[in-house]
Design a binder for this molecule. Structure first.
Ligand SMILES: NC(=O)c1ccc[n+]([C@@H]2O[C@H](COP(=O)([O-])OP(=O)(O)OC[C@H]3O[C@@H](n4cnc5c(N)ncnc54)[C@H](O)[C@@H]3O)[C@@H](O)[C@H]2O)c1
Length: 317
């Protein structure tokens, strides 16, 4: 008998709010034929696998189970959402020591499993943990991707879309740098369907463009803090961002997303992972595109990198 053709297998490590919501979004998407859920809390993984599998009759068939690291050997994509999450008042960088220790254990087991697919890091601080995972997983850097500012960019497009009355998919603007307090909005290249954002703003709205930018920036920057204050955790937005990243990989879409990736000297930045635009496909990051930035934005990107590098310098890997 010839061998069956290979299906599409995803594994999620960490089945808390983010892991479980992402598993649900991926089940609904029909992108994968098999999904394995792993958590230190085995009951949690089993419960989520059962609950999510009860939606299959209303979606498309696939295998969903709770598993172990041995199941990663033939996985195409492994998503890591394990670890502590932000508590009200905590920044993402406050999570460093707890989550780096958790990642050392997880990366050792991923390596031992023989996994050779694409590793998607979501736990925070995501840029630091992406850097740590590149160092410890044994995978080529292009196959270790952090969800980075994909979510922040989605939030930004949605807020601009609401304010200016246009489909968020026609708003072209990116958040770059750290997924966190030092991130920057690349306003200088922002446009709506080819029209500079400032011109579109003047067509659709009265008032000061500067004030619009400053209000939008603070809404985006504070949105995670606001959600965490109000409902303890954020998970629906990131689940959709994870689904979108998986779509690019599994369907080899070669779409451009601002994911966290290892910098190779662009703008003099290296030795750190942060978000810049990348072409994403079935081999992971295919092309890393130096973003088009004003001098002020270049300085902000460098400052964001410096902040992350200080944290990396304090790690004992
Ligand atoms: N990158 C983003 O845009 C983004 C967005 C939201 C949340 N997050 C991050 O995602 C992470 C998860 O958030 P959450 O709200 O789901 O937290 P949560 O506390 O609900 O879930 C974390 C899960 O990880 C599990 N876990 C802990 N240690 C583990 C280990 N060694 N191996 C396997 N599983 C382990 C826990 O048992 C728990 O089920 C946090 O770090 C959070 O900050 C990132």
């Amino acid at each position: 008998m010839p061998e069956k053709i290979k299906g599409r297998k995803v594994a999620i490590i960490g089945c808390g709010f983010v892991g479980a919501t992402s598993a649900f979004a991926l089940m609904e998407s029909g992108l994968f034929s098999e999904m394995v859920l792993i958590d230190v809390d085995q009951d949690r993984a089993e419960g989520e696998a059962l609950d999510i599998s009860h939606g299959l009759a209303f979606a498309r068939p696939m295998d969903i189970s709770a598993g172990s690291y041995a199941d990663l050997a033939d996985a195409d994509v492994v998503i890591v959402t394990a670890g502590a999450s932000q508590k009200p008042g905590e920044s993402r960088l406050d999570l460093v020591s707890k989550n780096v220790a958790i990642f050392e254990g997880i990366m050792a087991q991923i390596k031992e499993s023989g996994f050779s697919g694409i590793l998607l890091i979501v736990s925070n601080p995501v840029d630091i943990l992406t850097h740590v995972s590149i160092q410890l997983s044994g995978l080529p850097a292009q196959r270790v991707i952090g969800s980075g500012t994909v979510l922040d960019t989605g939030r930004l497009k949605q807020i601009i879309s609401q304010r200016l009355g246009v489909d968020p998919r026609n708003v072209h603007v990116r958040i770059l740098g750290e997924h966190g307090d030092s991130e920057l909005i690349a306003w200088s290249s922002a446009h709506v369907a080819g029209i500079p954002l400032e011109d579109f703003f003047n067509m659709r709205s009265a008032g000061s463009y500067e004030q619009f930018r400053s209000e939008v920036s603070s809404l985006v920057r504070n949105s995670a803090y606001e959600i965490i204050d109000k409902k303890k955790a954020t998970y629906f937005g990131i689940a959709m961002a994870i689904k979108r990243i998986c779509e690019c990989i599994v369907r080899d879409e070669k779409s451009v997303l601002s994911v966290s990736n290892s910098m190779q000297g662009e703008y003099g930045i290296e030795g750190v992972a942060l978000s810049t635009p990348c072409v994403l496909g079935s081999d992971g990051i295919e092309v890393r595109m130096p973003p088009s930035l004003s001098y002020k934005e270049q300085a902000q990107l460098k400052a964001s990198a410096e902040q992350l590098k200080e944290v990396i310098a304090g790690l004992d890997l």
